[in-house]
Design a protein around this ligand. Structure first.
Ligand SMILES: [Mn+2]
Length: 325
């Protein structure tokens, strides 16, 4: 067995309890990987708590184990293990948890290429999703994947690969998918839950957002804005704008898509690229991060200023890149 799996096996064996933590603003991969680990560790006899600073997005609440996710931890409670899933940096776990003091050992399970190796044990590898890493871990540890675990891993896998559309989709991804279906996952039922259950507010906010569409003179970048006022007007919540930035990216010829979302006194920026631009590099200039083609940052500016700054940076980047030559 690979050394990392032996190390993790030992750590799990020596632990009585564990806290599993997702990243802030959790996505399907983070929630699915967290629930899967939670269910498995509980089966192994550990006392498990699951923590997500921002809770569980409504769309993932049907997943087995989502009920156990809390957005608070018991004061002064200590854990033998803290398992971080899908977080490239310790800061991504949120600012309300004293990660270093709460547990004796940190296991970092993540697939982001810019992972900062913040764990005592780092299972950080290139992969389609954190879920695929969890799947490999369970396979190597010869842990049976039952239907509730498989449903979580499957949702994590399809959401991080855009339902097998993105470049991170590999042969390994489909092998994992095969195993998930064999474990009882109903792919039609799951994809309906994930992709065909939009609220009316979500369609209305997308319509409002799309009407703000701006395109750069070179037609390589496009962006939309969502203000708090727009959200309130249609009764939309954060979950309702998931996938919006991908729609902008789908425009023919667009290389970089940006979504600006007002959130209190801050602006959340989502960046997507279609092929050759590394948007995680752009996000990093604003203290954010992410993947080559999907990244984000939070700016402490008003929305007009944030838009100006980020668009300028994107255009500069597009100009400087060989892509435009
Ligand atoms: Mn992920």
């Amino acid at each position: 067995m690979n050394e990392i799996f032996i190390t993790i096996k030992k750590a799990l064996k020596n632990a009585r309890n564990a806290l599993i933590v997702s990243h802030v603003d959790p996505d399907g991969d983070s929630i699915g990987s967290m629930n899967a680990m939670g269910l498995v560790l509980a089966q192994m006899g550990l006392a498990v708590d699951q923590y997500s600073q921002d809770g569980v997005p409504k769309i993932y609440r049907f997943l087995p184990g989502s009920d156990s996710v809390k957005n608070k931890v018991e004061q002064n409670k200590k854990y033998d293990l803290l398992i971080a899933v899908d977080a490239s940096d310790i800061k991504r776990l949120g600012d309300k948890l004293s990660v270093k003091d709460i547990a004796k050992l940190i296991i970092n399970i993540d697939h982001h290429p810019d992972n900062t190796q913040y764990g005592d044990i780092n299972y950080a590898q290139k992969s389609s999703s954190t879920a695929e890493l969890v799947y490999k871990l369970l396979k190597n540890l010869k842990i049976k994947i039952d239907k509730p675990v498989a449903e979580n891993l499957y949702v994590a896998l399809i959401t991080d690969t855009g339902n097998y559309r993105y470049e991170n989709t590999s042969v390994g991804t489909f092998i994992m998918a095969e195993d998930m279906l064999k474990a009882g996952v109903d792919t039609h039922a799951i994809t309906t839950r994930i992709y065909d259950t939009k609220s009316i507010a979500s369609i209305r906010i997308q319509a409002a957002a799309l009407s703000t569409l701006e395109v750069s003179p070179d037609r390589k970048a496009a962006w939309v804005v969502v203000t708090q006022e727009m959200m309130e007007k249609v009764g939309a919540k954060g979950d309702d704008i998931v996938g919006l930035v991908d729609q902008i990216r789908s425009i023919d010829g667009i290389e970089v898509a940006i979504l600006f979302r007002e959130d209190g006194s801050k602006v959340k920026v989502n960046l997507r690229s279609k092929s050759k631009i590394n948007v995680s590099e752009i996000a990093r200039r604003f203290d954010g991060g992410g993947h080559f083609r999907a990244a984000g940052a939070i700016l402490s500016d008003d929305i007009v200023t944030a838009k100006k700054k980020v668009v300028a940076e994107v255009l500069k980047y597009l100009k400087a890149s060989k892509y435009l030559v």
